[in-house]
Design a protein around this ligand. Structure first.
Ligand SMILES: [Zn+2]
Length: 244
């Protein structure tokens, strides 16, 4: 599972990148209805790609994508993202299954639209930035193996089974991935007309008040809200320029 501590350097780099891309954000918003990748969304990584075809999604059933989810997937460069509904709330309101599935719980589907857009955007970022493959590489290398010791991603992920030290070693990477999914997911939601206040921050307040809903891998809601402060104005402008 995911992480324990914040990686301040990674987060600072993300903020610098966001500031540098600010003009592109506004230019990208003008292409609002296009399902093409947004100019401001980072390119997909080119590192080792694993086979995740056997990744289980127990209890999942097909779910028709709403127009804004499909739009966010297109902006992130992964228009083929599939959506599923979970049979219960046991794994939280939203999660991603490798390589390209976003799973939403029944309760998540009852959320206000912008809060749900943020949750979906967050999971799309995990898929678009191939965090599953990044995890598999990191765990392999941290275990003294070549990144190509197996073709199956599940094999690499199982290296953490019973190995708490390895999980701790990887924790900084997981936390950085979560921060990246938060801010990029917030901007994807903004491109659908949801500023951070209506999307991420409203969700975190609800999530915090209910005692926490997302997986323990995520930082506390207060921490995640503070990390998004640098992006509030950027998202507001992006949302205001969205024709949605
Ligand atoms: Zn996440």
């Amino acid at each position: 599972m995911h992480a324990l501590v914040i990686d301040p350097l990674r987060h600072r780099l993300c903020r610098m990148l966001a500031a540098a891309l600010f003009p592109c954000l506004l230019a990208g918003a003008n292409r609002a209805h296009a399902a093409e990748p947004a100019t401001w969304f980072p390119d997909a990584p080119t590192f080792t790609r694993y086979d995740w075809s056997d990744t289980p999604c127990p209890g999942c059933a097909p779910l028709a994508a709403r127009a804004e989810w499909r739009r966010m997937a297109g902006l992130a460069g992964v228009p083929g993202v599939r959506f599923r509904i979970a049979s219960n709330e046991s794994l939280g309101p939203a999660y991603a299954v490798a390589p390209d599935i976003v799973v939403l719980s029944p309760a998540a589907l009852r959320l206000e639209a912008c809060q749900l857009a943020f949750l979906v955007g967050h999971e799309i970022v995990h898929i678009a930035q191939r965090h599953f493959d990044e995890d598999a590489i990191a765990l392999s290398v941290m275990s003294g193996k070549s990144a190509r010791w197996t073709a199956r991603g599940e094999d690499a992920m199982q290296l953490t089974d019973g190995n708490f030290g390895l999980a701790l070693h990887a924790a900084h990477l997981w936390q950085a991935q979560e921060a990246e999914a938060d801010w990029l997911g917030s901007l994807l939601a903004a491109a659908c007309g949801c500023d951070i206040e209506a999307g991420a921050l409203a969700w975190f307040r609800l999530d915090g008040a209910s005692g926490g809903g997302l997986a323990a891998a995520h930082a506390e809601s207060d921490t995640r809200m503070r990390q998004l402060v640098p992006y509030i104005e950027m998202a507001r402008r992006l949302a205001a320029r969205s024709p949605d």
